[in-house]
Design a protein around this ligand. Sequence first.
Ligand SMILES: NC(=O)c1ccc[n+]([C@@H]2O[C@H](COP(=O)([O-])OP(=O)(O)OC[C@H]3O[C@@H](n4cnc5c(N)ncnc54)[C@H](O)[C@@H]3O)[C@@H](O)[C@H]2O)c1
Length: 340
Amino acid sequence: MKVLNSAIIGGGAIHGCHVNALCHLPDVTLRALVDIDSVKGLKLAMDYRCRFYQDYREMLRDPLIDVVHICTPHFEHKEMILAALAAGKHVFCEKPVAMNGREIADIIQAADRAPGLLGVCYQNRLNPTSQYIQKMLAGGSLGRMLSIKAVLTWSRSGSYYTESPWRGRLATEGGSLLINQAIHTLDLMQWFAGGVTRLKGVVESGELADVTEGEDSAMATLHFANGARGLFYASNCNTVDSPLLLEIHCEHGTLQLTDNTLWRIGQGERTKLISDAAPDGSAKSYWGLGHQQAIRRFYHAITQPEKTDYTDIRSAGKSLTLVEAIYRSSQIRQWIEIAH
Ligand SMILES: NC(=O)c1ccc[n+]([C@@H]2O[C@H](COP(=O)([O-])OP(=O)(O)OC[C@H]3O[C@@H](n4cnc5c(N)ncnc54)[C@H](O)[C@@H]3O)[C@@H](O)[C@H]2O)c1
């Protein structure tokens, strides 16, 4: 089997999850690490015994590189995706795939024309609990879905923003809590319910108002395509990263995700279904274990084109559309219709 050569752009907080995932893949070599910070990048490249580039465009000229991982600030994603696809590479990009819907449209156009695949990292879809929920819902035993409630309360300190100054700025992060942290929760909600038709939301800034230009808290009511209702609350003002609380209320029972364990509640009983295993040292607990699986699925799709079970740009764009719609709704204090 042909060995695939990979490059990672951005050697910051998340890149270790990508390195770790690549180490677990047979027939894949990490060939290059790119970072504009040459001190950090060179050291990482030495650790990984790979090449170092300070300029990602120079790396793209290496004909031996097949797959490019984008682990950089949000405002750089679109430009890097377009350049890597134009260079004939496959691209695996961290969420959010872009800053807004306009950028998604440009990326879709480029991805449709490109020979390479474009995958986006929504690793929480691959948590055992998420997979279990999808199977239960598809199986039909719970009957019609009535609502999804999601509560995400995490903690972000001032140093989280000062250590990477692109965070907390609208021009480089594109928002704050919604586009960076809670986008995973919005993604799961829309994924479980098969899409959102309209929403009304509000964003606010309190505790972190002095450190981020974006919001630190948000809430929204969503109407899903399947007729169910969504209630969403998220905040970065907690003092601890609490696990996501999610409840899916259906005609014949409720699925409850709490403390990373999924329960079925109904007829006076609460039955444990499955738990998510704790990640190893390469990932923070709230990132989950899914990077490895998400990346494995993407590489399988490259080598076996019949395998298409990775998150592509159209699927990845949905949660970003919701993020943008909540920002807009909060501005104009009205419901926003979501186009499909
Ligand atoms: N999937 C998840 O759960 C998850 C978790 C954390 C972060 N992320 C995402 O990962 C991405 C990176 O976030 P992070 O927290 O690792 O950021 P970070 O600030 O820790 O790291 C970014 C790195 O990119 C480098 N960089 C910036 N511009 C560059 C350029 N033009 N060329 C080469 N290198 C460049 C920086 O020097 C830095 O080392 C973001 O999209 C973020 O939302 C995803």
